[in-house]
Ligand binder design. Structure first.
Ligand code: NDP
Length: 375
């Protein structure tokens, strides 16, 4: 009976085919917190491709990128990803659902999905060009999804995927770190106390590296508790001075940006393959400001000239980016289940308190992650 159904009908089961709307927090234009709007009538996601899944959201993590996207950050670049042929009118991304982390349960699977079944507990980091997790349901590609760690609640699990896949992309894909090549490596994490930093510290520590972090003085004990070997207070004066007195590093992950580039690369071991990877790049601002083609050209020219300049001094300069990856989350799940990494939930909000959750993230000074309980 199943195989005789039309293909499109087989993509969905009866439970969601009758739903057309769902509760969600949306924005209808870019702006400050007042653009957030709760609706019971957001469009219910529809499986368009056979490798897609619909996830019922139990918890959603918030990140600084959600605050930035609320204000229009990345609008040009993300519109190109959503509508590569530029067919739709400007503003077709609205109503837009924010929220990049999800922990929940698979509700529907496309025909080609083999690795997941309805009812599986999963987690994922949602690419910024897709509708987010501040909604009852979210649509994802199966390759972006992973079975969630059994030992975590949904709230705890929602604190990890976006920062973890970002740290993984920066440290593993760009920085070349692996679990079997970190022993005795000296790693410096600039900005250890936020979402990315608290994850990155635990990950490289679990892989045997010696980890130095910079943070505010009041985060020192917190970061030592996550495994940092050496902590430098950036509020006590120019942080490059105490850092310069230390043995040089094999890799620096920069979560801070600003003027760090002017001094941080001098802290690397020259002519040894040492790398500086920054997550704070002008890539999106360039494409927002100059348009996609010119913005990408500008970014390529900037990163190439900086990489060349530093290569001549014997160190590598790289930009790191978030990359959605179910495979990376599978490996991270194993590290969580092995108790090598724990979630750092700073504050939890209910679904009705989404604007307050945004205010919290917008204030900065994070000590881990802000999570919203959806159901
Ligand atoms: P968070 O807001 O969670 O954390 C930032 C942390 O940095 C806070 O704990 C803050 O605490 C601390 N901090 C601020 N200034 C300094 C400083 N000068 N030195 C050391 N620590 C400092 O941000 P995330 O961890 O989520 O993200 C970090 C950065 O990475 C952001 O700029 C974000 O935009 C970027 N990012 C980029 C991605 C990409 O694809 N390129 C993806 C994800 C994130 P306090 O102020 O109290 O010291």
């Amino acid at each position: 009976v199943h195989s005789s159904l039309p293909r499109c009908a087989r993509l969905l089961s009866t439970s969601s085919r009758c739903r057309t709307v769902m509760p969600a927090w949306v924005i209808d234009k870019y702006g400050s917190n007042e653009v957030l709007r709760f609706t019971k009538n957001a469009s219910f996601p529809i499986i368009n491709y056979p490798n897609e899944v619909i996830v019922k959201v139990f918890a959603a993590g918030l990140s600084p990128i959600d605050v930035a996207m609320r204000g229009g950050y990345g609008a040009a670049t993300l519109s190109m990803k959503r509508d590569p042929l530029n067919i739709k009118q400007s503003g077709s991304e609205f109503p837009l659902v924010l929220g990049r982390d999800v922990s929940g349960v698979i509700m529907e699977c496309g025909l080609d999905v083999k690795h997941f079944r309805e009812g599986d507990e999963v987690w994922a980091a949602i690419p910024p060009w897709k509708q987010g997790s501040l909604a009852e349901f979210v649509l994802l590609s199966a390759n972006e999804v992973s079975h969630k760690p059994k030992c975590l609640s949904h709230i705890e699990a929602a604190a990890i995927p976006y920062v973890a896949t970002t740290a993984w992309s920066a440290l593993v894909n760009t920085g070349g770190l692996r679990k079997d090549n970190c022993a005795n490596k000296r790693i410096l994490i600039l900005g250890g106390s936020g979402g990315v930093g608290t994850f990155a510290v635990q990950m490289v520590k679990a892989w045997g590296a010696h980890v130095t972090v910079t943070c505010s003085q009041n985060a020192e004990q917190f970061l030592r508790g996550l495994g940092a070997d050496h902590v430098v207070d950036y509020t006590a004066g120019p942080v490059e001075e105490p850092l310069s007195a230390l043995e040089k590093f094999d890799l620096i992950l920069d979560n801070v940006g600003g003027d760090t580039e002017s001094w941080a690369l001098k802290l690397l071991k020259p002519w040894s393959g040492a790398k500086y990877v920054t997550l704070v790049t002008p890539f999106m601002q360039n494409t927002d400001r100059l348009g996609v083609a010119d913005g990408m050209m500008q970014s390529a020219a900037t990163v190439a000239s900086k990489a060349l300049k530093h290569l001549m001094k014997g160190v590598h300069y790289r930009w790191g980016f978030f990359a959605p990856s179910g495979c990376a989350l599978d490996e991270i799940r194993d590290m969580v289940d092995a108790k090598q990494i724990r979630p750092v939930v700073e504050e939890t909000f209910s679904f009705s308190q989404v604007p307050q959750a945004f205010e919290k993230v917008e204030k900065g000074h994070a000590r881990g992650k802000t999570v919203v309980q959806i159901s």
